[in-house]
Design a binder for this molecule. Structure first.
Ligand SMILES: [Zn+2]
Length: 385
C-alpha cells in the first residue's frame, strides 16, 4: 500500500525548465496507471453506477476499458440525467456522451446499426486511423508481419457483419495490404474468407492449442535477423520446442538506459560506483564522468602518493588497511551518463551505505530523505535497488 501511495503521489514532470506536480489523476504512460484506473472504475460500478442504471431502468450496460455503451428506451430513461449522475458520482472524472446518430453508434471497433428487429455491425475505424502496418519489405519475421493481417481477418470472420459490410471491409483490408506492399496472393487469401467462412483457429497461422498439448510444449525465443535464421529454427520442427521470434530493433531498446550486464566489460563506462575496503568492508560511493577504470587508477595513485585527494585512500592510510585490485574492490552500481539522474543515484547509494553504517563518505552529504527511506524499506535483501 505504501508503494502504491508512493507511485500515485510522486507524480511530477518538467516542461520548459519548470517542474510541475500533477495533483489529481494518474501519470500518463506509467505502467501502473491502467491497473489503478481499472480498479477505480470497478469500484465506481459497484458503489454507484449500477444503482444509477437500475434507478433509470436502462436496458444494457457494456464497458470496454474507458468506453461505456448504454442501451435504453428513451420513454423510460432520460440519458442526460444519467450522465449528470455519472459525473456527480465521480467528480474527478468527466463523462461525455455520444448519442446514436442516424440509428448508428460506434463502440470501440464496431459500428452498431439499429434496424427493424436486428442490430447489424460494421467495422468502425476512427478518423485518425492510418493504413500503416509493418510493410512487406521490412526485416521482420513473417509471423509479426501477419499479425495485423490475422487481426483484420479475424474481425472479418468473427464479427456478425452483413454481406454488404463484409465486402466493404474486404475492400478496405485489400487497400491497406496493397498500400503496404503485400503481394496479390496475400490479398487474394483475404478474399477467400468471404466465400466460405472457415472456422476460426484453423486458418493460416492460427494453430489451435489444446490444453494437453500445451502442457508438453516448451518455448524458445530467437532474435530474427533475417530469413537465414529459419535454417536454425527448422531443427526444432520435430521436437516439442516451439519457436517464437523477437526483434532487437525496438523503440524500447533505443530509449532504455543500458544496465550493467557483466562487471568486466563495464569498467570502460561511467556512472556511480562503490569501493569496498578489503580489510573492514567499509564502503565509499562515488560518481565519475570518465571511465570507472580511470577513476580507479586515481584512487590507487592517491593511496600510493598519499595526496589526500581521495576519501577512500585516506581511510586505508588512516586505518592501515590495504588496497585491492579493481575486480575485488570496485563495484559498478549504475552505468549512467552525466546529469541529475547520476547525482541522485550517487546520493541514494551514499544514503544507503550511511543507513547501514558502513560508509566512508562525509556524513554531511546525506541528510534525511523520506523517499530514499521508502525505497530502502521495500528492497529485498540482496537485491540492487
Ligand atoms: Zn578499512
Amino acid at each position: 500500500m505504501l508503494l502504491c501511495k508512493l507511485v500515485l503521489t510522486q507524480n511530477y514532470f518538467s516542461f520548459r525548465s519548470s517542474t510541475f506536480v500533477q495533483k489529481t489523476g494518474l501519470a500518463m504512460g506509467a505502467a501502473t496507471s491502467h491497473i489503478f484506473s481499472e480498479i477505480f472504475l470497478q469500484y465506481l460500478e459497484d458503489t454507484s453506477i449500477f444503482t444509477i442504471l437500475t434507478q433509470h431502468k436502462t436496458v444494457g450496460y457494456f464497458r470496454y476499458v474507458d468506453d461505456i455503451l448504454i442501451a435504453c428506451d428513451s420513454t423510460n430513461t432520460d440519458s442526460y440525467t444519467v450522465l449528470a449522475q455519472f459525473n456527480n458520482s465521480a467528480p474527478s472524472l468527466t463523462f461525455t456522451m455520444e448519442m446514436q446518430k442516424d440509428d448508428c453508434i460506434n463502440f470501440p471497433a464496431v459500428s452498431i446499426i439499429k434496424q427493424h428487429n436486428s442490430l447489424p455491425f460494421k467495422i468502425y475505424r476512427k478518423p485518425t486511423a492510418t493504413d500503416s502496418i509493418i510493410t512487406a519489405d521490412y526485416n521482420h519475421h513473417i509471423d509479426h508481419k501477419y499479425s495485423a493481417i490475422r487481426s483484420f481477418r479475424h474481425r472479418l470472420q468473427s464479427y456478425p457483419l452483413s454481406d454488404t459490410h463484409k465486402h466493404v471491409e474486404h475492400d478496405i483490408i485489400s487497400h491497406i495490404l496493397r498500400a503496404n506492399q503485400y503481394s496479390s496472393s496475400v490479398v487474394q487469401n483475404i478474399r477467400s474468407y468471404l466465400v466460405v467462412a472457415p472456422p476460426i483457429h484453423s486458418t493460416l497461422g492460427l494453430t489451435q492449442h489444446t490444453a494437453p498439448q500445451q502442457a508438453h510444449n516448451q518455448y524458445g525465443t530467437f532474435t530474427y535477423v533475417g530469413k537465414e535464421i529459419r535454417h536454425v529454427t527448422k531443427i526444432f520442427k520435430q521436437t516439442n520446442v516451439k519457436i517464437a521470434f523477437k526483434t532487437k530493433n525496438t523503440i524500447e531498446r533505443l530509449l532504455r538506459h543500458r544496465k550493467t550486464s557483466t562487471q568486466d566489460d563495464c569498467f570502460g563506462k561511467s556512472g556511480v560506483y562503490k569501493l569496498t575496503c578489503p580489510d573492514c568492508n567499509m564502503t565509499y560511493v562515488g560518481q565519475t564522468g570518465r571511465s570507472f577504470r580511470t577513476r580507479f587508477r586515481e584512487h590507487a595513485r592517491d593511496f600510493k602518493y598519499r595526496t589526500g585527494n581521495s576519501k577512500f585512500a585516506q581511510h586505508l592510510i588512516d586505518q592501515g588497511h590495504s588496497f585491492g585490485s579493481i575486480d575485488s574492490i570496485m563495484e559498478i552500481l549504475h552505468v549512467v551518463r552525466k546529469g541529475a539522474l547520476k547525482d541522485t543515484l550517487e546520493r541514494f547509494q551514499i544514503y544507503k551505505a550511511t543507513s547501514l553504517g558502513i560508509q566512508i563518505n562525509d556524513r554531511s552529504t546525506a541528510g534525511s530523505n523520506s523517499l530514499f527511506n521508502t525505497v530502502l524499506s521495500h528492497v529485498k535483501p540482496g537485491r540492487q535497488p
